[in-house]
Write a protein that binds this ligand. Sequence first.
Ligand code: ASP
Ligand code: MG
Length: 406
Amino acid sequence: MALIVQKYGGTSVGSVDRIKAVAARVARTAAEGNRVIVVVSAMSGETDKLIGLAHQVSSNPNEREMDMLLSSGERVTSALTAMAIEALGLKARALTGRQAGIYTDTVHTKARIERIAGDRIKKAVDDGYVVVIAGFQGVTEGESEVTTLGRGGSDLSAVAVAAAVKADLCEIYTDVDGVYTTDPNIVPDARKLRKISHEEMLELASLGAKVLQTRSVEFAMKYNVPVVVRSSFNDNPGTLVVEEDKDMENVVVSGIAYDKNQAKITMINVPDRPGIAARIFEAIAGANIVVDMIVQNISSDGRLADISFTVPKTDSRKALEVTDALAKGMGAQKVDVREDISKVSVVGVGMRTHSGVAAKMFQTLAGHGINIMMISTSEIKVSCVIDLKFTELAVRVLHDAFGLAG
Ligand code: ASP
Ligand code: MG
């Protein structure tokens, strides 16, 4: 008899029929002899709708009130799901984040979970209830202010609850069958991975393969929670996200990811002296902008350099303002922004023990006339910034070159 946490995303609870289907799956899991804790998202589109309403009544909605508002979406689905489960003859009980004992820090709209007092959840499970927890929300210690965990945060709720109650498995139900070698919309013969390591999943998630929220993967890795990503629309087995093991190393490349949400800022002819890069990136960090890649080229006489870096597209205007002001002060020539770029990445833990991945990637791109503007690497990934219009082509030819098709 296993203790299983099942998380259902927005499309999986997107209608009354979908909620009934979730209840049926929960009942089936229980009938197989398991104890089940359910974590739900808001119905698909609901959170966006609530954000839209907030912006209709205020141009700058208060973040505390935003959390009061947004947490309601998950409250609705938790209650409806519990009702649907009870209608099938099981005992079920919906809990808000507060009732479930999910304590967070005080950062409204992107709070971090600090601890979970799991006793109420455990007691209800021991008493034979299916517990249905409203995902994406928590409460602050002391004042009991309602908080939310950032977009996609119900994945994190599920993984954190699974860690707190020491569940045997955390199943994340979504509208895709699992994690694929690349986006199947671009490469129709992309293959579903049977399993993937936490680290690879983190790279893929942060590189724009949006199956799991990044923080939920970090949490799963830290607390070693076995996670499986699968579809609530069928019974296909899904993808296991687990600790790295020996045979994963034999697979050199597991997937190709892309990210179209980056912009490239280039500061041209900045003086090449100690302290310049520090000043630039201090200012960028001070504006709360997250920098991804950084490349510096030094001119042949060694007096001037070009510094390029990438930032999220949504921050490119802010980054331009900051760097423009700095450029003037430093006597740099000018600042360029390019938004028509994308980042394509090859990911795999096997890169630790195999060489030649970068070379093969560059050859493949070159063979199709795709220019590389920036390169960055980590132990298990090589990323290239290329022209946005070549994104799909690059993903296809790399998928092919690394033999990833099913
Ligand atoms: N409903 C929230 C969102 O749309 C949380 C979630 O679905 O995970 O971001
Ligand atoms: Mg989600």
